[in-house]
Design a binder for this molecule. Sequence first.
Ligand code: ZN
Length: 173
Amino acid sequence: MELNKSLPGQLKLFNFAKKEISLSGIYQIIDFPKISEIASNKKDNVRVDLSFYLKNNKTPCVDGIIQLDIVLACQRCLEDLSIELKVNFNLAFLRHEQQFEELDSHYEIYIIEEEELATHDLISDEILLSIPMVPSHDYNCLKEINEQEIVMEKSENPFTILKNIQKADSGKE
Ligand SMILES: [Zn+2]
């Protein structure tokens, strides 16, 4: 089992890209404070795969996939909302804005000051970008909660139960 393997703390962008290094790591949500703040499943895994390469012989790039299930509070009903995230990204690390036009438009541009980038920052940013601004259930969850309450009220009414028994009996005949 290699469940605890993790990526290096710093990504040496040019160096990794030149060597075309591919890295995989498994973290827990709790490893990323900004994510952990809003997620209730803090012990669940975050799987990260990164492949580095040089574009045009000079621009370090990384293709990445981050996979996790995240449990957030629905902004409509405040109940748990589980979202399966699979974040695919293609980043190009540039020092100068002039290089923009030489790259395909599917690259997200990351302007860097230094050759190294903190792995946690990169992962944390990409996850935050992929979380919906206002997470909410994709059905009318407030309506469902109201209906559940009505059903509970009804079942507490002995007359309703009696009616149901009568119905069941008549159904057998
Ligand atoms: Zn909801």
